[in-house]
Design a protein around this ligand. Structure first.
Ligand SMILES: C[S@@+](CC[C@H](N)C(=O)[O-])C[C@H]1O[C@@H](n2cnc3c(N)ncnc32)[C@H](O)[C@@H]1O
Length: 344
């Protein structure tokens, strides 16, 4: 970002606020919860909402998110147009007839004003905001590299399809790790795809970018041997998820592999409640439905097999062996990988 001192100060302020929200306020809420639970024996969601730290935790989550977008929008300069950027963008396979689903456009996802699909600037704002949401600790997109390195089997993939690729940060490491594979990134948002194409060309990565709904990719049946998604499925209603698994079954070749990185409940009452309410506070209305649904059963009903969730630790270990996370006092997203295979 080409920001002056005032804009950088705003970004630093929001980042620090978010860090303290996660590493100080959430543990304080946890202490209050455990003390109260020990005193009264049982607590429900309303009891949690009445704890002294809860209104602070709740308000700051949404308030800091709004501040984040404001700070990024103030700080973001328009990049100069260059012939190489124009060439990269022109190669994106945009579908002018595509109707974006209402469930996708009706919400300003992540509280970003105007959503991520409405303009080139919206995509650029999203790119910068996405770095800050990871508390500034993902500047080199280590998170997605850890996913690619630990959650995907090392094989000679011929075609990898990254569903809901956004501005490309999930697709670039696929091509970097599997340079001989054809990598196809699919998303509904044409501005994000154009940004993805520009960034891929800056990195020297040749990736195909295609505008489509992940429930109707337009790819040939049996033409993919690995299908991935990161942070996609919690943004889709359950009915669309059913259609997504049917489409994955259709495009996967016999013996093909599916790996989706998203969230699962942890079994910790406070964490799971905070996560459900995060969906409402962060304008991600379909997240609770996705987390409550039995997605392995849904994947198997669509004809996939060996479907199961395992936990994911974004700090470096990546994919874990079971759906169990290491103990952590700070707020963190309960990352998990949904794994399934296509029958041979
Ligand atoms: C949170 S972003 C994740 C982007 C990227 N995978 C990453 O990890 O950074 C979710 C992306 O999914 C896209 N998306 C949501 N629903 C979709 C659908 N039905 N079809 C295609 N893309 C979709 C959104 O446009 C957005 O770019």
């Amino acid at each position: 970002m080409q920001a002056g001192l005032a804009e950088r100060a705003s970004v630093d302020f929001v980042l620090t606020l978010r860090r303290r929200w996660a590493d100080t306020l959430y543990p304080a809420l946890g202490r209050q919860y455990r003390e109260q639970l020990a005193a009264v024996g049982t607590m429900d969601e309303q009891d949690v909402r009445e704890l002294p730290a809860y209104p602070w935790f709740s308000w700051l989550e949404r308030g800091a998110q709004k501040m984040l977008w404001r700070a990024v929008m103030d700080a973001l300069a328009t990049p100069p147009a260059t012939p190489s950027a124009a060439a990269a963008e022109a190669a994106v396979d945009v579908d002018p007839a595509l109707q974006l689903p209402a469930w996708y456009t009706d919400w300003d996802i992540h509280v970003q004003p105007g959503g991520i699909w409405s303009s080139e600037r919206a995509a650029a704002v999203y790119e910068q905001g996405a770095k800050l949401v990871m508390l500034g600790e993902n500047d080199d997109y280590a998170f997605h590299r850890v996913f690619v390195e630990t959650a995907l089997p090392a094989r000679d993939w011929r075609r990898i399809v990254d569903l809901g690729c956004g501005f490309g940060k999930s697709a670039w490491p696929l091509k970097a790790r599997f340079p001989d594979a054809e990598v196809v990134g699919i998303d509904l948002a044409a501005p994000c795809l154009r940004l993805a194409a520009r960034r891929a060309s800056e990195r020297g990565l040749e990736i195909r970018w295609r505008q489509a709904c992940v429930t109707a990719t337009g790819l040939d049946a049996g033409s993919a041997d690995l299908v991935t998604s990161t942070m996609l499925i919690h943004e889709m209603p359950v009915a669309a998820l059913e259609a997504l698994f049917v489409e994955c079954r259709r495009i996967l070749a016999p013996g093909g592999t599916l790996r989706f990185l998203d969230f699962q409940p942890t079994g910790d009452f406070l964490r799971d409640m905070a996560m459900r309410e995060h969906g409402a506070r962060n304008n991600e209305p379909y997240m609770p439905g996705m987390m409550a649904a039995d997605l392995p059963a849904m994947a198997e009903a669509a004809g996939l097999c060996h479907a199961r969730w395992v936990a994911f630790d974004e700090r470096g270990a990546g994919r874990l062996q079971a759906l169990e996370w290491p103990e952590r006092s700070e707020w963190h997203f309960p990352w998990a990988v949904l794994e399934a295979e296509c029958p041979a």
